[in-house]
Write a protein that binds this ligand. Structure first.
Ligand SMILES: Nc1ncnc2c1ncn2[C@@H]1O[C@H](COP(=O)(O)OP(=O)(O)OP(=O)(O)O)[C@@H](O)[C@H]1O
Length: 368
């Protein structure tokens, strides 16, 4: 998958900026606060329906601008298709289009455009709460299991219904019916997740061996969200019913699922240094990208925000060489070019951002 055009308007420091990345390595260079991360944030927004730096109301829309708009065009190597999508936020709601048709749900866009992002907050994937890890797992599944998004929505709907009955302290046949639906869909959804993590395992072993050899072996452990080894989901829901009626929400089930990475030579996540936590998160993200490439026959776009401040020179060099060898499209931001990039062949495409204006190296004026 290759992004051929990214157009951003009214987002953070950008009034209007257009960008046509090259097919391989792309360096987006500039000073602090010039807007490098915001460009990747715009692309991430299209692939995940959310920013990696908080909610829309946390300053995503440029001060004084009525709305933000992002437009992206990309090509799929396997199908040969050229695709396009646009997203606008008017301060209240999202409105989007995918391949010319109105977008019914943001999830449809997330399932279409595959971008794997590593950014300064990515260590939360290892050190933070379960939610980003669930998102990681589900986002990966949106791209490799076409049925998963539908199941995921069905589960979300059933959960909302059960929670609303619990809040109203209603114990009637409807509660039974929604629990039945949660059990049927949730059990299947869990099987997909479990299988996905099993498939990811060898990829993680390889990426972690490259980035964190001191770990001497890394394994993924799936936590389904209830005591699955002892109980079916239906039984777990029934058992937790009284407690759930008292609290007004569903305390067990796939919406509480999680996973963790165990390293053979590092006792637990608390023992990881900040750098090791980042390398663990990057190992998981690269494993996800490699697995997707193997399953779909093409790499997702890889976006690496401020790589030089996240990794030492040796690790930067390793990551870039691996991604270049695989032929992935990579977008990297930094205040300067990362270690080793000057000697890469073919050489990376270089773009400079300055005060919200972007210029491709070797051109005199901003790209249209
Ligand atoms: N809502 C907003 N309206 C206008 N400008 C904004 C808004 N939100 C952020 N900015 C500005 O946009 C710029 C965003 O910078 P961004 O984080 O993309 O920079 P960067 O080049 O990645 O910087 P660094 O190297 O410091 O990480 C900053 O100058 C910030 O002050």
């Amino acid at each position: 998958m290759r992004v051929t055009r990214l157009q951003v308007g009214g987002l953070r420091c950008f009034d209007q900026v257009g960008f046509a990345p090259g097919p391989g390595l792309n360096l987006i260079l500039g000073g602090n606060g010039d807007g490098k991360s915001s460009l990747l944030e715009a692309l991430h927004l299209m692939a995940y329906g959310r920013s990696f730096r908080g909610r829309v109301r946390d300053g995503l829309v440029r001060t004084g601008a009525p709305s933000l708009a992002v437009f992206v065009e990309w090509s799929e190597q396997v199908s040969g298709r050229s695709r396009r999508a646009g997203l606008r936020h008017n301060g209240q709601t999202w409105e989007g289009r995918l391949d010319g048709a109105p977008l019914a749900q943001l999830g449809d866009l997330c399932a279409a455009l595959a971008v794997v992002t590593f950014e300064p907050g990515s260590h939360a994937l290892v050190m933070g709460p379960a939610e980003p890890r669930r998102r990681f797992m589900d986002w990966g599944l949106f791209h490799v299991e076409p049925e998963f998004l539908r199941l995921w929505r069905r589960y979300g709907r059933a959960l909302k219904q059960r929670n609303s009955l619990l809040k109203g302290r209603i114990r009637d046949a409807q509660l039974d019916a929604w629990e039945h639906e949660l059990d049927a869909v949730g059990t299947l959804l869990t099987r997909y997740r479990q299988h996905y993590l099993e498939q990811l395992q060898p990829y993680l072993q390889a990426t972690a061996a490259m980035l964190l050899p001191v770990a001497e072996g890394s394994t993924l452990q799936f936590l389904p969200g209830w005591r699955q080894e002892e109980l079916s989901l239906a039984d777990a829901l029934l058992l937790s019913r009284e407690r759930d009626l008292a609290t007004g929400f569903t305390s067990v089930g796939p919406h509480r699922a999680d996973w963790r990475i165990d390293h053979a030579r590092i006792p637990g996540r608390e023992a990881l240094s900040r750098g090791q936590a980042k390398l663990t998160a990057l190992s998981a993200l690269l494993a996800q990208a490699e697995h997707q490439a193997a399953r779909r026959g093409e790499w997702p776009v890889v976006a690496l925000d401020d790589l030089a401040s996240e990794l030492d020179r040796r690790h930067q060099d390793q990551v870039l060489r691996r991604l270049q060898d695989y032929g992935a499209q990579v977008l990297i931001t930094g205040t300067e070019a990362p270690a080793g990039s000057a000697h890469m062949l073919p050489p990376p495409a270089v773009f400079h951002v300055e005060h919200g204006i972007l210029v491709a190296e070797g051109t005199a004026s901003p790209p249209a």
